[in-house]
Write a protein that binds this ligand. Structure first.
Ligand SMILES: Nc1nc2c(ncn2[C@@H]2O[C@H](COP(=O)(O)OP(=O)(O)OP(=O)(O)O)[C@@H](O)[C@H]2O)c(=O)[nH]1
Ligand SMILES: [Mg+2]
Length: 461
């Protein structure tokens, strides 16, 4: 048995580690996980008995080195490599008090184990080939998931959804590379046609299209992960804070008849269409000598600029030019205080909020009475669904993925351009594309290529 602080282990990977898998604090049950070569020996030492049946819960008394009872626990034995980390693993389901967790942890330290670092179990699983990088990321997202959409997306990625996608790309690149390499290495072989490299062209064009589509859809995956940002902007007193409170169904922001009430940004978080959504109520846009209000206006504009969707609130009795100019295509115009408007006034107003160049939906609402909110909320849900919600296809969910796919795409474009000019350059481009896919997967080695060249082309060498 390794002793604590011993230097027997030079490589961190072979050290046996443990960690509390459940949240700390008072609870009915706590789960401690152990992983590494000593896991089995540790379980024997703790229970003073032989290892239990594989992957079967057993009730055992846990004792320290002096025979002192620590707790009665359910124990499970998962020998590697068919365990989560690929190493020998043990789970101890103890009672969930701080005292029990501390006592059992103390016994594990005494047996020479060290506490796992954040993510170390998953890291080992990755290094042992139990999951690829995107699956590990999916797992991390699943643990963090707060909304329905996040849960579904993370689960799909954890189960290899993205891997399936990039394995398809990898095959396409390898196919093309095999053709190109055939051209370079065996130019005089009779069974390798001269125009071999050009046969790669159609496949690469199709690949470029797929990569392009994945990049176009990446905004969705990232939004599901990080949430949709909606900014409420408008002239002072238009009723922005009242609208926020209506949407939130609580008094989140201060409402008053005084213009310039809101200065700091007031945020409300909720879930719409299974996605986390952040509404930001902002300061009314106007010129002002007041330094604090001016700072509020500056922040409002910045938030509006960064938002995924803007709700431009207008009060038809005042000047709304600045607000309307801030809105872009797809944003919503909310004509508030509809309760103060006669039907004729409303009809006359239509032209004043329209913009010939930018298509925006217009809603007549009253934050005071709640009129029009059912229509507005339904439209918001529809908009979020169609613009950001999950699609059937697994996609890119992180900036890291987007960067890898971007380099794969640019390398593919270069390869297509080089095919007719110099196939050896196209080959180098395709290796770059392959490397980008390997980065996406979290791999390093890229030597599968040559095997493929020979096996596919029956060159006879
Ligand atoms: N009649 C009527 N009054 C409204 C409506 N919405 C808001 N108000 C009133 O308009 C005034 C301003 O409302 P706020 O929600 O504070 O407006 P705001 O746009 O947040 O204003 P600032 O934070 O100052 O920019 C308050 O007196 C509200 O009660 C509405 O739909 N109908
Ligand atoms: Mg306000």
């Amino acid at each position: 048995m390794r002793k604590r602080n011993s230097n027997m282990d030079k490589t961190a990977n072979t050290h046996t580690i443990f960690a509390l898998a459940t949240a700390s604090g008072r609870a009915g049950v706590a789960v401690l996980r152990i992983s590494g070569p000593e896991a089995g020996a540790v379980l024997k030492a703790l229970t003073g008995r032989a290892l239990p049946t594989v992957r079967t819960a057993r009730l055992r008394v846990l004792k320290d080195a002096n025979g002192g009872r620590l707790d009665e626990a359910l124990v499970l034995w998962f020998p590697g490599p068919a365990s989560f980390t690929g190493e020998d693993m043990v789970e101890l389901h103890t009672h969930g008090s701080t005292a029990v967790i501390e006592a059992v942890s103390g016994a594990l330290y005494a047996l020479g184990l060290r506490q796992a670092q954040a993510g170390e179990f998953t890291r080992r699983a990755f290094e042992n080939g139990r999951l690829d990088l995107t699956e590990a990321e999916g797992l991390a997202d699943l643990i963090d998931a707060e909304s329905e959409g996040q849960r579904r997306q993370a689960l799909r990625q954890m189960r290899g959804g993205l891997r399936d996608v990039y394995e398809g790309w990898r095959t396409q690149i390898l196919d093309a590379l095999a053709m190109v390499e055939g051209e370079i290495d065996f130019p005089d072989e009779g069974d390798v046609p001269d125009e071999l490299a050009h046969r790669a062209e159609a496949g690469l064009a199709a690949l470029a299209e797929e990569l392009d589509a994945a990049l176009a859809g990446s905004n969705r995956g990232e939004r599901v992960r990080s949430g949709v940002d909606i900014a409420i902007i408008g002239a002072p007193n238009a009723g922005k804070s009242s609208i926020l409170n209506r949407l939130a169904r609580r008094d989140a922001a201060i409402v008053s008849a005084e213009a310039g009430t809101t200065r700091d940004i007031v945020e409300v978080h909720m879930h719409i269409a299974g996605l986390p959504v952040r509404f930001s109520d902002t300061a009314g846009l106007r010129e002002t000598d007041n330094a604090i209000e001016a700072e509020g206006v500056k922040r409002a504009k910045l938030r509006a600029h960064d938002a995924d969707l803007r709700l431009g609130v207008v009060d038809l009795t005042s000047d709304n030019k600045e607000v309307l100019d801030t809105l872009t295509a797809g944003d919503f115009v909310l004509c508030n205080k509809a309760d103060l408007m006669s039907g004729a006034a409303r009809a006359a107003s239509v032209g004043s909020v329209e913009n010939q160049n930018v298509s925006r939906e217009t809603f007549y609402v009253s934050a005071e009475t709640g009129a029009g909110f059912d229509v507005l909320e339904a439209a918001l849900e529809q908009e979020i669904k169609s613009r950001f919600a999950l699609t059937e296809q697994a996609g890119l969910t992180r900036t890291r993925h987007v960067e890898c796919v971007r380099s794969a795409l640019s390398a593919t474009h270069n390869a297509v351009n080089n095919l007719s000019v110099a196939p050896e350059l196209a080959g180098a481009d395709l290796r770059l594309a392959l490397h980008a896919i390997k980065e996406l997967a979290g791999e390093a080695d890229i030597e599968a290529v040559l095997d493929r060249v020979f096996s596919k082309f029956c060159i006879g060498k």
